[in-house]
Design a protein around this ligand. Sequence first.
Ligand code: ADE
Length: 243
Amino acid sequence: MKIHILTLFSDMFTGPFSESIIKRAIDRGLVTIAIYNIRDYTSDKHHVVDDSPYGGGPGMVLKPEPLFAAVEAIRGEAELPVILLTPQGRLFNQRAAEELSHYEEMILICGHYEGVDERVREHLVTDEISIGDYILSGGELAAMVVVDALVRQLPGALGSEESVEEDSHATGLLEYPQYTRPQSFRGWEVPEVLLSGNHAAIARWRREQSLRRTIKRRPDLLERAALSDEERRVIKRMEREED
Ligand code: ADE
């Protein structure tokens, strides 16, 4: 996978991309991440990237020319998805992450200030993504979130001890509770079943815990989760217990 990121603040990416799973994926050649400073694609003497909005109002708007120049320089003749990170985009979730992970190459644009010139949206960008209903100072943190969620799905990105399948949301449910040593901590015990060595019983317990947790915390997820008829019946019963 190759991810191109257009930003005004390229240094922001240094830390997050040089640690942990993303770093390992880069080192293993699973992903190439190229960061471009939008300012480098200006053609005026002062390298101006933004200007005040037509019609008045506060703040500054990102100018179209440097963004078009940067995207065109990167993609050449290729047709690449061009994704703008913006609070106005469609909400990012695990499903969107899986969808995007099928692209071999993409361009992410980190918006800033009061936004980008609308012609960028209309004629350059192919998709707009928001990572949540709150306003960040820019698209950089959002781009890092998207990159992280994509990269961890690439085959070979996770070590054998880590797993995408069991992640919260990957199953459509929240993850079950996890415990590690010590077995007794300040008098709080690890649930018996996890010590039993009975793998079927453990799997059953975990599935039930996932269901309980999801019902309690994120009932909205249940509609789209892959559940058996039996599980749907159990949920109905649990929901009645809650009332
Ligand atoms: N830029 C500012 N806020 C954002 C958000 N919530 N998601 C994506 N990009 C953003």
